[in-house]
Design a protein around this ligand. Structure first.
Ligand code: CP3
Length: 357
C-alpha cells in the first residue's frame, strides 16, 4: 500500500530542493547509549540476535525516533551481514568488536566466494526493512545501507578490526589481482543488497566507506573509488523525483571529495576533519552533503553543542553560495556508547531551530 511521507525533508535535501529547516539524523542513532536499547539487547541475548530478528530490529530502529525529532530512520543491522552470508562466520567478541572465523588469506579462498541470495541468506534484512516500513507508517523515510567493497574487504581479509591494515595492504601490494577479484564480487553483492533493500522499501541508501581514508590517494583511486563509482552508476534506483538517493559516506575522504561528487551518488557524507564550507566548495553543488560534527562534540556541554551546530550550519551555507539547501546534518562518524541521550536532544533541536527558513 503506498504511504504518504509526512516528513520528507531528508529526501528533499538530498535532491537539493528547498526545505523548512535542515534535516538531521545521526550515524549509530540506535545503540548502547540508549537504556532502552541495552534492555532490548539483554532480552535478545546479543547484537546479532537483535539484527537477525526483524521484529526486534524494528523495535530498536524506532527507539531513537520515539525520543528525538529525527528526520530519518536507519535500518538496524550491520555492514558485515554480507561477508557473514558469504560463509565467513561472523561473531562478536565483547570489547573486541567483530571477528570472522574464516578470514580470507589467499586468492584460492577469494575465488570460492559468490554473491549470496538476498531473499534467503539475507532474507532477515529484507524482512526487517518491510516490518520497519510498516511500523514507521510514513513518519520519516527509512535509510538502507551497506559497507563499501573496500571496507568490507578490510574486515574479510584482516578477520576483524585492524589498526594498521597490514594483511589487506600486503595483499594490495603483493597480489593486487586477488584483491580486485574480492572487490569485484563485493561490488556485485553490494549492488544486489542495496537493490533488494530498495525493493523491500528502503527510501534512501548509504554506503559506508569507513576505511577508505587509510589508503594513499593512488591506492584509493585503485581500490576504493572505482568500485564506489560502479555502485553509483549500476545500482538501478529510478529517475526524477522518484529516484532513491544514494549517499556515499567516507571517513578521511576530504582529499577526494571532488571525485566523489562525480561518482554518480546524490549525496556525500563527510567527517569532521574538513570544514563543511570547504567540502561544499570542493563538490561545487553537484551533490548534497551530509555531516559533519565531530561525534565527541556530544561530550561537550549543551551550550558547546549548540555553538558547534550553528558553526557547522553556517560553514555549509558560506561554502554553498549563501544557501542552506542540499545539507543533511549528521555527525562525521558514529555515536559512542557513553554519550548522554539528553545531549542528542540538544543537537537535534538546535539544528532545526537555527536552520529554520
Ligand atoms: O547507524 C545506525 O544506528 C544503524 C545501525 C548500524 C550498526 N552498524 C549497528 C551496530 C550501522 C549503519 C552499522 C555500520 C557498521 N558496522 C560500520 C560502518 C559505520 C562505521 O561505524 O564506521 C562498521 C565498520 C561496522 C562493523 C561493526 N559492527 C563494528 C566495528 C562493531 C563493533 C562496535 C562496538 O563499538 O563494539 C559493530 C557492532 C554494532 N553495529 C553495534 C551496533 C549498534 C554495537 C552492538 C552492540 O554491542 O550492541
Amino acid at each position: 500500500m503506498p504511504q504518504t511521507l509526512r516528513n520528507d525533508r531528508f529526501l528533499r535535501a538530498l535532491r537539493r530542493e528547498s526545505v523548512d529547516c535542515t534535516p538531521v539524523w545521526l550515524m549509530r542513532q540506535a545503540g548502547r547509549y540508549l537504556p532502552e536499547y541495552r534492555a532490548t539487547r539483554a532480552r535478545a541475548g546479543s547484537f546479532l540476535a537483535m539484527a537477525k530478528n526483524p521484529e526486534i530490529a524494528c523495535e530498536v530502529t524506532l527507539q531513537p525516533l520515539e525520543r528525538f525529532d529525527l528526520d530519518a530512520a536507519i535500518l538496524f543491522s550491520d555492514i558485515l551481514t554480507i561477508p557473514d552470508a558469504m560463509g565467513l562466520g561472523l561473531h562478536f567478541v565483547d570489547g573486541e568488536g567483530p571477528k570472522f572465523e574464516r578470514p580470507l588469506r589467499d586468492a584460492a579462498a577469494i575465488a570460492k566466494l559468490g554473491v549470496p541470495d538476498m531473499e534467503t541468506e539475507l532474507g532477515y534484512v529484507m524482512d526487517a526493512v518491510r516490518v520497519i516500513r510498516r511500523e514507521l507508517d510514513g513518519r520519516v523515510p527509512l535509510i538502507g545501507f551497506s559497507g563499501s567493497p573496500w571496507t568490507l574487504a578490510c574486515y574479510m581479509v584482516e578477520g576483524g578490526g585492524s589498526k594498521d591494515f597490514a594483511r589487506i595492504k600486503a595483499m594490495a601490494y603483493n597480489d593486487p589481482k586477488a584483491l580486485h577479484a574480492l572487490l569485484s564480487v563485493n561490488t556485485d553483492a553490494v549492488i544486489a543488497y542495496l537493490a533488494a533493500q530498495r525493493a523491500a522499501g528502503a527510501q534512501a541508501l548509504q554506503v559506508f566507506d569507513t576505511w577508505g581514508g587509510v589508503l594513499s590517494p593512488a591506492m584509493y583511486r585503485e581500490f576504493s573509488l572505482p568500485y564506489l563509482t560502479r555502485i553509483a552508476r549500476e545500482l538501478e534506483r529510478g529517475e526524477g523525483a522518484g529516484r532513491t538517493p544514494l549517499i556515499v559516506f567516507g571517513k578521511g575522504n576530504a582529499a577526494w571529495l571532488g571525485d566523489l561528487a562525480e561518482s554518480g551518488a546524490e549525496g556525500v557524507g563527510v567527517d569532521w576533519l574538513i570544514e563543511l564550507g570547504d567540502a561544499a566548495r570542493r563538490t561545487g553543488g553537484k551533490v548534497a552533503l551530509q555531516g559533519n560534527l565531530d561525534p565527541a562534540t556530544l561530550y561537550g556541554s549543551p551550550e558547546a553543542i549548540r555553538r558547534e551546530v550553528r558553526r557547522a550550519l553556517d560553514s555549509y551555507r558560506d561554502g554553498n553560495g549563501g544557501s542552506r539547501e542540499g545539507h543533511v546534518f549528521n555527525l562525521g562518524h558514529g555515536m559512542s556508547p557513553d554519550m548522554d541521550p539528553e545531549h542528542v536532544r540538544v543537537l537535534v533541536d538546535e539544528v532545526h531551530a537555527y536552520s529554520r527558513r
